[in-house]
Design a binder for this molecule. Structure first.
Ligand code: PHE
Length: 446
């Protein structure tokens, strides 16, 4: 039975929603710290190559699959390849969305908590901020409270629907996000000594590059573009047949990449100017930056703006994660949207309690030396998303066929079209490349 499906009210609505999904913790929290650990500009170069040659074809593919089928990821694969096991790829996507949402909300909760901390004022010195963050993370009541609060907001947005919920929220929040980010950049790059941080971001040092760097860059390109797990298929399923898919893809990818680089510009100049190290890892944003804010002129206000913008970025991504799973239950199981949003959001909250407790009651549980949150992140980012991406590419190239893909993608595109070069990319280069990089990267991690 086909129900009336909601559609974005404008092309801009889709672009903002997809950019909102793409721009998230991955840009503001993850990109800078991974780049900081993996040699700055050298990582940036590899990441840009991955975005162009893997990200772009896959973005076009996912939007096209969604728009063609008007279905959630599982339903989409079923519709294009009935009576085959390909729906499992959609199944892995929906599962990945659920798992990412569960720990994404934990990190977003830290960000909400730090909005409050920034009002109280950050303490001076990295030991003090390390203690502040450590104290927060290893607590129980507070991190659980903020994780719950964030999840409730996400559920609220998704319950309201595609247009009244998602589109309305992103239309307000995305412009605010950009303005706040630019304000932080201006403060950061005008600090005395900021140029060293700018050089770090733009002057490549290829001696730091290893297989792990390449795996990180490929994984990051999936994560940051929300690819390989059905979010873009789902958002594409609400897209009208009138819109140009190749040019929309370029706009979303361009905006996401720009915001990652601008986030680097907001962070590294300030970090270097105040004499801190760029390779703090996951703590870069929560330990190093608060120490930076404590010492810099107007740091209190800047810190507040920064954590507000980080929370907004996380929210507009988390709603796309929940929407993937919700769309499956709404389409295939006929659940009312509100019931689906609430029950899946609450389930993700509970699954997210493990990574919260991984810093306290469960801190003895380690996987390859990683705590529970890092383990979730490793599985999602380095395994599930690349695998989902490789399989989606192979599916589009071999099963759905490049011809049908190009037909759907180029339907409304007279000048800006995706060319037949995408065929060999989807069929061979992307899947094989991803598998090689994954195996090499995982062997190195082990
Ligand atoms: N793209 C988001 C980010 O960069 C994360 C995300 C991944 C969102 C996958 C949806 C799907 O933070």
């Amino acid at each position: 039975m086909l129900k009336e499906r909601e559609q974005w009210k404008s092309r801009l609505g889709f672009i903002l929603a997809a950019t909102g999904s793409a721009v998230g913790l991955g840009n503001v929290w993850r990109f800078p710290f991974v780049a900081g650990e993996q040699g700055g500009a050298a990582f940036l170069v590899i990441y840009l190559i991955a975005v162009a040659f893997i990200g772009y074809p896959l973005m076009v593919t996912e939007i096209s699959i969604g728009r063609k089928t008007q279905r959630n990821p599982i339903g989409a694969f079923k519709a294009l390849a009935p009576n085959t096991p390909w729906w499992i790829v959609g199944g892995v996507s929906v599962l990945a969305g659920f798992i990412i949402l569960s720990y994404y909300s934990v990190i977003a909760g830290w960000s909400l908590a730090f909005i409050i901390e920034s009002i109280a004022g950050f303490p001076e010195g990295i030991e003090a901020t390390d203690q502040l963050f450590g104290g927060h993370k290893t607590g129980i009541a507070k991190p659980i409270f903020y994780h719950a609060l964030f999840m409730v907001i996400v559920i609220g947005v998704i319950s309201a629907g595609v247009v009244k919920g998602i589109q309305r929220v992103v239309q307000w929040l995305m412009p605010i996000l950009v303005v706040l980010l630019l304000m932080v950049v201006v403060r950061s790059v005008t600090l005395p000594g900021a140029s060293e941080g700018i050089a770090f971001l733009f002057r490549p040092d290829f001696s730091a590059v290893s297989w792990d760097t390449i795996l990180s860059a490929v994984g990051q390109s999936f994560f940051t573009l929300s690819l390989g797990m059905g979010a873009i298929i789902t958002y594409g399923s609400y897209l009208s047949a009138k819109e140009n898919i190749p040019s929309s893809s370029v706009q979303v990818i361009g905006a996401d990449t720009l915001i990652a680089i601008i986030s680097g510009l907001a962070i590294f100049p300030a970090v270097f100017a105040l004499g801190f190290a760029p390779d703090e890892g996951a703590g870069l944003v929560f330990v190093t930056l608060p120490a930076v804010f404590a010492e810099m002129p107007f740091g209190g206000g800047v810190g507040f703006l920064f954590f507000v913008l980080l929370s907004i970025a996380a929210l507009t991504s988390a709603i796309s994660l929940l929407e993937v799973v919700v769309s499956y239950f709404v389409d295939e199981k006929d659940w009312p949207r509100k019931k689906a949003a609430a029950s899946i959001g609450i389930a993700a909250f509970f699954v997210g309690l493990l990574p919260v407790l991984g810093y306290s009651a469960l801190d003895h549980i380690k996987f390859l030396g990683m705590d529970i949150l890092d383990t979730y992140d490793f599985f999602a980012d380095s395994i599930m998303l690349p695998l989902g991406g490789a399989l989606t590419a192979a599916f589009a190239g071999h099963v759905w066929s490049t011809k049908s893909l190009m037909e759907e993608a180029n339907k409304e595109s007279k000048s800006f079209r995706i060319g037949s070069w995408v065929g060999p990319f989807l069929k061979y280069i992307i899947p094989i490349g991803i598998i090689i990089v994954m195996i090499a990267g995982i062997i190195e991690v082990l």
